[in-house]
Design a binder for this molecule. Structure first.
Ligand SMILES: Cc1cc2nc3c(=O)[nH]c(=O)nc-3n(C[C@H](O)[C@H](O)[C@H](O)COP(=O)(O)O)c2cc1C
Length: 155
């Protein structure tokens, strides 16, 4: 069975909420076995056991958190052929798209085998500790579904 992991860095809770909703979207039809894990509770090797890898981070000063950056920096040293990646971040509207782009460029750095294109989503929070803006959670579910439906899954 195709498997997916949603890795996130938990700070105040918004990014965890997004991770769990993306995972629900990914497993909507029961054809992708999906796990959710905090980035410090999983090794890069365990992440690479999965076919679909989704990584999420809060926006901290325009980039991912140090733990997420470390994870990406190790992942990019591996052969990533056949792996499907997607990224999400949480933050204010002014930072929209910046962190997912940064995560993508960290992973691609000197790694010619990363498949393209990525799916990415910036999820907007109202205040530093949340909550998410109304309507954002359904986009998270949709991201999960889009990753699932764009992945080749045997019948
Ligand atoms: C140290 C720190 C730096 C931050 N820098 C930014 C920033 O540059 N841009 C932005 O949009 N949000 C920034 N934020 C707001 C976070 O993105 C927000 O707290 C986060 O999305 C909430 O998710 P969480 O509950 O998972 O921590 C920052 C928050 C912290 C704690």
């Amino acid at each position: 069975m195709v498997s997916a992991i949603v890795v996130f860095d938990p700070w105040y809770g918004c990014t965890r909420t997004v991770a769990e909703e993306v995972a629900r979207g990914l497993s909507f039809d029961g054809r992708v076995a999906t796990v959710v894990s905090a980035v410090r509770e999983v090794s890069p090797e365990q992440v690479l056991d999965h076919d679909i890898i989704v990584i999420g981070s809060p926006n901290h000063h325009g980039g991912p958190t140090p733990s997420v950056e470390r994870m990406l920096t190790v992942l990019r040293t591996h052969d990533l052929r056949g792996k499907r990646f997607a990224f999400f971040d949480t933050g204010f509207v002014r930072g929209h798209g910046r962190v997912t782009a940064r995560m993508e460029s960290i992973l691609r750095y000197r790694n010619p085998f990363v498949s393209a294109p990525f799916l990415g989503l910036s999820v907007v929070v109202e205040r530093p500790r949340g909550p998410l803006l109304p309507g954002e959670l359904s986009k998270c579910h949709e991201l999960g579904r889009s990753i699932r439906t764009s992945a080749p899954v045997p019948a």
